[in-house]
Design a protein around this ligand. Structure first.
Ligand code: ADP
Ligand code: MG
Length: 261
């Protein structure tokens, strides 16, 4: 089971949009996908059409050991895509977890009990912080997918993220890799956007995916309909970009894992 954490401590950079749409694209290729909503705001859960009344078990229950992954997973409208929802309880989890044994490994412990073959890939939608929730995601992930918004200061936030990744590698998860950086909300007509994209590519080289996700209103409309943009309008520029990004992402996964999936 491939485990990908979608992380960036900045809010509003496209983590949730990327998680939902990459998850949908991978499910469309036949993979069995599990999305874990690890943000107390629950945008991935809402965006996948799971309203609060359906969230009986959540990622919070998983972290504190109230239930296992199989119990917590909810089927969504997207074929082959399941969700572990988030509830408001999660907002207290950072504090509660401090007193729990192996607090940085709670998600890893939960995922280690998933039967082989149940899901091919797990995508973890992280909250906008580098606190214990994101640390739990990074401790269990094989790799990170980092959405980066094409705006001023984009690179500045990244150095903080890279430091955290180094710390996680040293302490918990030596194998943690960055699968790639995805430029989001790219606007070709905006010179700043273009300049930032060029700077990020110059600084990070091949780490940056060739596909940039354009600013596209369909991507922001879809969540209010409770479906991924890829289903809401599969031909809009945003959906097309996410399909291309998913293809690139799959090509970066080790062959062994692609064959197993
Ligand atoms: P994060 O999870 O990093 O906080 P989101 O994915 O929730 O970011 O995106 C923040 C807001 O921007 C949301 O309202 C989302 O619908 C919108 N959005 C995300 N990506 C795009 C895009 N490429 N074009 C237009 N709107 C976008
Ligand atoms: Mg989010």
């Amino acid at each position: 089971m491939i485990r990908i954490a979608v992380a960036n401590q900045k809010g509003g950079v496209g983590k949730t949009t990327t998680t939902i749409n990459i998850g949908t694209a991978l499910a469309a290729t036949g993979w069995k996908v599990l999305v874990i909503d690890l943000d107390p705001q629950g945008n991935a859960s809402t965006g996948l059409g799971i309203d609060r009344s359906q969230r009986k078990r959540s990622s919070y229950d998983l972290l504190v050991g109230n239930c296992d992954v199989i119990d917590a997973a909810i089927a969504t409208r997207v074929p082959r895509l399941d969700l572990i929802a988030s509830t408001v309880d999660l907002s207290g989890a950072e504090i509660e977890l401090v007193d729990i044994e192996r607090r940085a490994h709670r998600l890893d412990i939960a995922l280690s009990e998933v039967p082989e073959g149940r899901w091919d890939v797990v995508l973890i939608d992280c909250p906008p912080s580098l606190g214990l929730l994101t640390v739990n995601a990074m401790s269990t992930a094989n790799s990170l997918l980092v959405p980066l918004q094409c705006e001023f200061f984009a690179l500045e936030g990244l150095s903080q993220l890279l430091q955290t990744i180094e710390r996680i590698r040293a302490r918990f998860n030596p194998g943690l890799q960055i699968l790639g950086v995805a430029l989001t909300m790219y606007d070709r007509r905006n010179r700043l956007s273009e300049q930032v994209a060029a700077d990020v590519r110059a600084a990070l080289g091949k780490l940056v995916f060739e596909t940039s996700i354009p600013r596209n209103v369909r991507l922001s409309e879809a969540p209010s309909h409770g479906v991924p943009a890829l289903i809401y309008d599969h031909r809009c520029s945003g959906s097309e970009a996410y399909i291309a990004l998913a293809r690139e992402l799959m090509a970066r996964l080790p062959l062994r894992e692609r064959v197993a999936a």
